[in-house]
Design a protein around this ligand. Structure first.
Ligand code: FO1
Length: 316
C-alpha cells in the first residue's frame, strides 16, 4: 500500500517509524515541513527532515527526539571557545549531515535530491521528501515583534505568546515533482500528530500540495489525521498554547476543526482520553477512530500505524 505521510518533527517521526515498520519497504513517503530550516554556522540545518531521517534510519537520540544517539559535542565546545553563540546545539555526527547537504546544495542540487541521497546513504527504506525545494521560513509574531522560528523555539524556549504566524517564501515555492508523483500514486494519506499550525501548516501552504491531496481524495484515496493534542495538552512542544493564543480551541477538537475547515481529512483519530469529543468531530463531517495515540515505545508506534492504516480503508 503506497502511503504518503505529512509530518513535522518528533511526533511525525514516531508515527512515520510505525508506518515504515508496518508497511513493505518502499511503500512509505514522508513529506516533511521545511519551515523550521535555517542557516547555522553557514550550514543549512533541516530539523524536521533530519528528525524523521534519523528516526527512520534507527539512529535517533531516543530521549530528546532530535539529533543522533551517542553524540559528542566537540564542534560546539570549540565554537563556544571561539566565542560563537551555541544556543542551537549541533552534535558532531549531526554536523556531518549539514556539511553533506550544504555542499551538494552549493553544487546546484535540489533539496529533494539531497534528501533522497541521505535516505540512501543511511539505508532508509522510505522516501523522505522536503515539502518544497525553495526556502520557506516560518516566522512568529510575539509582543516583541517578529522572530525566526528557531529563535522562538530553541533560543527563547517557546516562552513568548505567538500572536501571528507566517511562512515566508511559501508563495514563491511550489510542489516538487517528487511530492507530486508520490501524491499521484498514493493509496492513503496520513497527517501525523504534529503541530497543526507550524508543522502541517507550512506543508499545506506550498502551492500545489493541497490541490494534489484534493485530487487524490477525488479518486477515492482516504486521508486520516491524528491529533497531537491529547486531553487538552500538546504531547510535545507549544501547539496547545499556540492554538489558544491564535484563537483556536487548544484541544483535539480544535485540531479537527482546523483540518476540517481546510477540507483535508476523511477520518480523525482521537486518543481514548478524548473519546467524549467524538460526537463534535463527527458533526464536522469527519469519521472518527478512537484508539491509543501516545507512542511511548516502538510497539505503540506500530499499533497506532496499523490503526491509522485500517482507517484509510473505506468502511465495509
Ligand atoms: N532543539 C532544542 O531544543 N535545542 C537544540 O539545541 C536543538 C538543536 C537541534 C539540532 C539539529 C536538529 O535537527 C534539531 C535540533 N533541535 C534542537 C530540535 C528542533 O530545532 C525543534 O525541535 C524543531 O525545529 C521543532 O520541530
Amino acid at each position: 500500500m503506497r502511503v504518503v505521510c505529512l509530518a513535522g518533527g518528533v511526533g511525525g517521526a514516531k508515527l512515520a517509524d510505525g508506518l515504515q515498520r508496518a508497511l513493505e519497504p518502499g511503500e512509505l513517503t514522508v513529506v516533511v515541513n521545511t519551515g523550521d530550516d535555517f542557516e547555522r554556522h553557514s550550514l543549512l540545518v533541516c530539523p524536521d527532515q533530519d528528525t524523521v531521517l534519523y528516526t527512520l534510519a534507527g539512529i535517533a537520540e531516543p530521549a530528546q527526539g532530535w539529533g543522533i544517539a551517542g553524540e559528542t559535542w566537540q564542534v560546539m565546545s570549540q565554537l563556544a571557545r571561539l566565542g560563537e553563540e551555541t544556543w542551537f546545539r549541533l552534535g558532531d555526527k549531526d554536523v556531518a549531515t549539514h556539511l553533506f547537504r550544504t555542499e551538494r546544495l552549493r553544487g546546484g542540487k535540489r533539496l529533494s535530491a539531497v534528501a533522497l541521497e541521505l535516505c540512501a546513504a543511511l539505508d532508509v527504506p522510505s522516501r523522505i521528501l522536503p515539502m518544497a525545494d525553495e526556502p520557506v521560513r516560518t516566522r512568529v509574531r510575539t509582543d516583541d515583534g517578529w522572530l525566526d522560528f528557531q529563535d522562538y523555539f530553541v533560543r527563547l524556549r517557546q516562552a513568548p505568546e505567538v500572536r501571528e504566524v507566517r511562512f515566508e517564501g511559501a508563495d514563491l515555492s511550489s510542489i516538487t515533482p517528487e511530492v507530486e508523483e508520490a501524491l499521484a500514486g498514493a493509496e492513503a494519506i496520513v497527517v501525523a500528530p504534529s503541530n497543526p499550525i507550524v508543522s502541517i501548516g507550512p506543508i499545506l501552504a506550498v502551492p500545489g500540495i493541497d490541490e494534489a491531496i484534493a485530487a487524490a481524495r477525488a479518486r477515492g484515496v482516504r486521508s486520516v489525521g491524528v491529533s497531537g493534542i491529547v486531553g487538552g495538552k500538546a504531547l510535545r512542544g507549544p501547539a496547545d498554547r499556540m492554538m489558544a493564543s491564535l484563537g483556536d480551541e487548544p484541544t483535539a477538537l480544535g485540531v479537527a476543526r482546523r483540518y476540517a475547515s481546510m477540507g483535508l481529512l476523511d477520518v480523525f483519530v482521537l486518543d481514548r482520553l478524548d473519546e467524549s469529543l467524538a460526537r463534535d468531530v463527527i458533526a464536522l463531517g469527519l469519521e472518527v477512530v478512537v484508539t491509543e495515540t501516545v507512542m511511548t515505545d516502538v510497539g505503540a508506534r506500530v499499533q497506532l500505524a496499523r490503526d491509522v492504516l485500517a482507517a484509510t480503508l473505506p468502511p465495509a
